[in-house]
Design a protein around this ligand. Structure first.
Ligand code: FAD
Length: 379
């Protein structure tokens, strides 16, 4: 049988490998480093939220809570996904009109959400600053232990017959007659693509697309900071917390700790392939968190991390398309810091695309055509 090749063992790579292997296909995953060593790994949990999401991604989120619960069930006893709800807090008068419009827009897309007055916000999350005037609340949103989930899916993919090779960086994709025919690894191996090729290398995607096809994608890499506090038994985080104008996200972690993040940058060293946190990002992120939950003022931080690269895209949504001049090649990257939540929906649609050789309408907003690039002349 023809072997499908997947590049990258983050959540996208392992989910597609599991889906293909479950369909009885031969599948080989080539991972430059280790499973979950990229954005799908590291400490804390990832937000799974529709609330506040870019309009073009909302349709992908309508089925997300169900899809995450079903995947969690499939993985067995250990639950990685938790439905917590999401509060998108507002403090400024000028944000109220746009919040009304957002609620209406999200509801029209099938997202169950509502605008809450300040006292209702405090019922959901006690201890909020008095400056909170309202919030958009989405009951169905939640969080996921991304690292554990990615590793568990990888194990399931292998149990279903997929082969996952670690420490195998792919250096080039070879194409002949509108078909990806093989991949060359950096240690000089040539591996045939007998079926389809799925490029899910996230931070490695732009370089591979440029070196193989001469196409420069409008994406770049950044490392994002995460902090975990010391145990804080006096602070209970009841929901996923975000903010309309502050750069902050707050989650509960391991029962009695708080995870503080939201998009503050670290510094990536290309030579060592390591990310390090920046003191100004730590203080900035802490100040924003304490502005939302004053009891976080002076909190002790146990762990900081900026070791996981994410690819960002110029218009803040991913690029999902065929590889240039490849009928059997697909890629997705540039998640812009929010690619986790939509992973099950995107993977289902890409697998469907590969099986039926027809691009799903729901993925149309993410095509390269929005940048004036056509990857197949007769597409
Ligand atoms: C700190 C942080 C917080 C985030 N918070 C959220 C959140 O709250 N909600 C949300 O929805 N999303 C969030 N995201 C984004 C989300 O985690 C990512 O979009 C998602 O995990 C991307 O998955 P992936 O499989 O595409 O990429 P990755 O997990 O990065 O996997 C790509 C893999 O490809 C491998 N690779 C790279 N180049 C090559 C090559 N040449 N050959 C072979 N392998 C290669 C890498 O080693 C890596 O393992 C966050 C990201 C970060 C970093």
């Amino acid at each position: 049988m023809s072997e499908d090749i997947v590049i990258g063992a983050g959540v996208y790579g392992v989910l597609v490998a599991w889906a293909l292997a479950r369909r009885g296909r031969e599948v080989r995953v080539l991972e430059a480093r280790n499973i979950a060593s990229g954005a799908s790994g590291g400490p804390g949990r990832r937000g799974v939220r529709a609330n506040g999401r870019d309009l073009r991604e909302l349709a992908l989120m309508t089925q997300a809570p169900k899809a995450w619960l079903a995947l969690d069930e499939d993985l067995g006893a250990h639950h990685f996904y938790e439905r917590t709800g999401h509060l998108l807090l507002l403090e400024r008068e000028q944000d109220l009109a746009s919040a009304h419009a957002r609620v209406q827009m999200q509801q029209s897309q099938g997202i169950d959400c509502r605008l809450l007055a300040a006292q209702d916000c405090s019922r959901i999350q006690p201890g909020l600053t008095e400056n909170v005037s309202a919030a958009i609340y989405c009951d169905n949103d939640g969080v996921c232990d991304h690292d554990g989930f990615t590793r568990a899916v990888a194990r399931r993919a292998e149990e279903s017959g997929a082969i996952i090779e670690e420490n195998v960086p792919v250096a080039r994709i070879e194409v002949d007659g509108q078909m990806a025919t093989s991949v060359l690894t950096s240690d000089g191996r040539s591996i045939d693509v007998g079926g389809n090729l799925f490029l899910f290398a996230n931070s490695g995607t732009a370089a591979l697309v440029e070196s193989s096809f001469g196409l420069k994608l409008p994406i770049w890499n950044t490392c994002l900071q995460v902090m975990i506090t010391e145990p804080t038994p006096h602070i209970a985080i009841k929901t996923l917390i975000g903010h309309a104008h502050r750069t902050v996200s707050i989650k509960s972690h391991a029962g009695d700790r708080v995870m503080i993040s939201g998009g503050w940058p670290g510094n990536w060293d290309e030579a060592s392939q390591q990310g390090r946190v920046l003191s100004e990002s730590i203080s900035g992120n802490l100040a924003e968190a304490a502005a939302v939950l004053p009891s976080l003022n002076g909190i002790e931080i146990d762990q900081t991390n900026a070791g996981h690269l994410e690819a960002m895209c110029v218009d803040d949504i991913p690029v999902i398309d065929r590889l240039p001049d490849c009928r059997n090649g697909f890629f997705a990257a540039g998640w812009s810091g929010h690619g986790w939540a939509i992973a099950p929906a995107v993977v289902d649609l890409i697998v469907h695309w590969a099986e039926h050789d027809y691009p799903p309408a729901l993925l149309a907003p993410f095509s390269l055509q929005r940048f004036g690039v056509s990857v197949l002349p007769d597409q």
